[in-house]
Design a protein around this ligand. Structure first.
Ligand code: SF4
Length: 328
């Protein structure tokens, strides 16, 4: 590991200012420290934000929830309010990593975790995300865990988060403090960038930006499901995951919000899929049509071709579960 300067920030403003000067923010460190040991990330300075007052979960005046950036994944999953009103989020959190990691990993850090692409973490291999312009080892290589949607000729990495998939379906907002101390809110749907020809730029964050919280809107009456398909029952990233928030009224789908993990460089949401469902009677034919819309343009790269039929089956199974017993 390369030497680095280490500073503890005492206020969010000080942390954002240090970040503006090029320091890397560290919170739980569950991903960053691994990448530093591998010399995939080699920051000259770290700013530790663990002592900041960003650890509370509070109701908003509009009936939503404000989750401090330093709330751990364990505490968020165990929160009674989350378990009651946003169960898809609790389920997604508990599907991620291990108990030990969830005790350290934070809400802000989870959003910013890096891809687990094998070539990204192997500094002997080409990778446009780690070393822009060097090529993409996965494109013609072993790409079993890679993207079938949203990739580019320069990068087909997937985003590894479960939490962010649920938050995408919940239409979360990210609260950000800039290097000058000003705050702004960004829809999570606008937060991540697709790789295009700049796969090393993953979010809309500017140098000096600090995530201070994530806000969930008021909950809606719905059936909420998080289904994760992976190689083993725990401690594995999603091959395909689906977060679904669905309400059926009088035999028709009145609300549908769906987000997908394991398929794309960011937590994936396709509004056209939801629009095709809303107002319709839940039938297998409808679910098949929604899968057609989701997977229109999906592209396998060899080892990950199986994800296309797997995503279809997973989405259809989730929609059956979400609407079961609701027809009239
Ligand atoms: Fe790098 Fe992306 Fe290619 Fe993986 S898929 S090797 S992260 S450029």
């Amino acid at each position: 590991m390369k030497p680095f300067e280490y500073i503890r920030a005492s206020t969010p403003e000080a942390a954002a200012k240090r970040a503006g000067q090029g320091a890397c923010i560290i919170a739980g460190g569950t991903n960053l420290l691994d990448l530093m040991k591998l010399e995939v990330m080699t920051p000259a300075a770290l700013t530790d934000i663990n002592r900041l007052d960003l650890k509370t979960i509070d109701e908003t005046s509009g009936g939503g929830l404000r989750i401090g950036a330093l709330v751990t994944n364990s505490d968020l999953a165990a929160d009674a309010h989350v378990r009651r009103d946003w169960p898809v989020l609790a389920k997604a959190l508990l599907a991620g990593a291990s108990g030990q990691l969830r005790n350290k990993a934070t809400t802000g850090g989870n959003l910013l975790q890096r891809t687990r692409c094998y070539y990204f973490t192997d500094t002997a291999m080409p990778c446009n995300k780690r070393d822009p312009g060097s090529g993409c080892g996965a494109m013609e290589g072993h790409n079993r865990i890679h993207a079938i949607l949203g990739g580019s000729e320069h990068c087909i990495a997937t985003h590894p988060s479960d939490m962010a998939v649920a938050m995408m379906a919940l239409e979360a907002q990210v609260e950000i403090m800039g290097a000058g101390g000003a705050k702004r809110d960004v829809e999570l749907a606008e937060f991540y960038r697709l790789p295009g020809d700049t796969p090393h730029i993953e979010t809309i964050l500017e140098q000096g930006d600090l995530i201070t919280a994530v806000t969930l809107p008021k909950p809606i009456a719905s059936r909420q499901i998080y289904r994760k398909v992976r190689d083993r029952a725990s401690y594995a990233f999603a091959l395909v995951s689906v977060a679904a928030i669905v309400r059926v009224e009088e035999g028709r789908i009145a609300h549908a919000a769906l987000a997908f993990g394991g398929l794309a460089p960011k937590p994936w949401r396709d509004i056209a899929v939801e629009e095709a469902l809303v107002g319709q009677k839940p039938t297998e034919a409808l679910f098949a049509r929604s899968a057609d819309i989701l997977l229109d343009g999906a592209q396998g790269h060899g080892s990950n071709d199986f994800k296309i039929p797997l995503a279809r089956r997973t989405l259809m199974a989730v929609l059956v579960e979400a609407t079961k017993g609701t027809s009239q």
